[in-house]
Design a protein around this ligand. Structure first.
Ligand SMILES: [Zn+2]
Ligand SMILES: [Zn+2]
Length: 395
């Protein structure tokens, strides 16, 4: 039996080279032109046919024997962050950085592609490599997962399962974490416009103070989490932006706010939506003002499929040992558009430890000093490849 981790470690230099090449030239969502070219070049060199979809790439490895199809998904975009790591391969694109480790995700899936194409005779069925653009994009109308799925990433053949990983900053290199049940939240967002009546700062009685109204709205919104949602459920409402006013002696007529609402299931999401509308409009009404709420559904929540996460855990234990596979009990209230793939096929999602306290690699995701211990790359590639073989050989 092949020791997949050993095989992956043999690819160590290759993985580091690819990761640094990607890290040097990060690109924002839907602008991953160069990134896409690097992925295409690598798949071509492996003899894996691919289709370009938006700025994403979908490769298909056909095994020697017929069977099921598993998809390995990596997100490939970077963030609008000024890199401050000081590494020799730091971003050459000023103000853009792979601060969420998507360079590592791309590398791990390319690594798995290399591992599996080196052992094609063992692959019973197909492995799809989905390099998805625009995961980080905060756009109401577009995101990379939806677009690449619409373009056909999950068709011809339709995967029977889909797996992915995300780098885990506090997680130590050499370890992975798995979660049974909910993994990420419904990541919705909202805009509120409050309309009062402008006036002199010294004569509030002659105005309708949109700022006081907004303060009341912000306070009241918190009661949805504490009083409407069950104490046993998780929910977040955060106002992240307030814009109003020009100077100290004028009461502004308008306030604009934005924020995010998070939940782990459809019922809590419904409660938040309904109550937010009531709280926003009726609080304003109580002050003689008007307020309008626009609520947008963001990335949906998802849970790991029990069989798939079971296979990933098993692969991890076999390759890394029991003590290096951590069971994480709690989901994240963050969002991930991997969820769209899990609506089509059972999904498994793990966290890949990339931190190393001894080397001082401890910065959080999205931080300008975020970096990874590159010894994590063979770990990620091996777990993805091992799980793929395990899944394809299972009944
Ligand atoms: Zn991120
Ligand atoms: Zn990310």
């Amino acid at each position: 039996m092949t020791d997949m981790y050993l095989e992956a470690k043999k690819l160590g230099l290759y993985l580091v080279k690819i990761r640094r090449e990607l890290h040097l030239a990060p690109e924002l969502g839907f602008k991953e032109y160069k990134t896409s070219k690097i992925i295409q070049r690598e798949l071509r060199s492996l003899g894996i046919p691919f289709v370009v979809m938006a700025t994403g790439v979908v490769g298909l490895l056909k095994g020697k024997r017929k069977g099921k199809t598993i998809a390995l998904r990596a997100d490939i975009d970077a963030l609008p962050v000024y890199e401050e790591t000081g590494v020799s391969f730091a971003s050459k694109n000023k103000g853009i950085m792979h601060a969420c480790g998507h360079d590592a995700h791309t590398t791990c899936v390319l690594g798995a592609a290399k591992l599996l194409s080196n052992m094609k005779d063992k692959v019973k069925g197909n492995v799809k490599f989905i390099f998805q653009p625009a995961e980080e994009i905060a756009d109401k109308n577009r995101d990379g997962a939806k677009e690449i799925i619409k373009a056909g990433a999950m068709k011809n053949p339709k995967p029977d399962a889909v797996i992915a990983l995300h780098v885990d900053a506090p997680g130590e290199v050499g370890k992975i974490s798995v979660t049974y049940g909910p993994v990420y939240a419904n990541a919705d967002f909202f805009e509120i416009k409050v309309t009062g009546k402008g006036g002199h700062g010294a004569m509030p009685h002659a105005s309708v103070d949109s700022i006081v109204v907004s303060a009341a709205i912000i306070q009241n919104l918190q009661s949805i989490v504490s009083r409407n949602v069950s104490p046993l459920e998780s929910a977040v409402i955060t106002v992240t932006m307030i814009n109003a006013g020009e100077t100290s002696n004028v009461i502004p007529p308008f306030v604009k706010m934005e924020g995010t609402a998070r939940s782990l299931n459809a019922q809590t999401r419904r409660i938040i939506k309904t109550r937010m509308k009531q709280v926003v409009t009726l609080t304003a009404k109580a002050f003689g003002a008007k307020a309008e709420l626009r609520y947008f559904d963001g990335y949906p929540a998802f849970s790991n499929d029990e069989t798939m996460i079971g296979l990933m855990e098993k692969a991890g234990v076999r390759l890394l040992g029991r003590k290096n596979v951590i069971l994480r009990k709690e989901p994240s209230m963050g969002g991930e558009n991997f969820s769209y793939f899990t609506k089509i096929a059972p999904g498994g999602f793990i966290w890949l430890g990339v931190g190393n306290k001894k080397k001082g690699i401890t910065s959080a995701l999205h931080h300008p000093k975020f970096t990874i211990d590159e010894a994590s790359l063979p770990v990620g590639a091996a777990v993805l490849a091992e799980t793929s073989l395990e899944f394809l050989n299972s009944k």
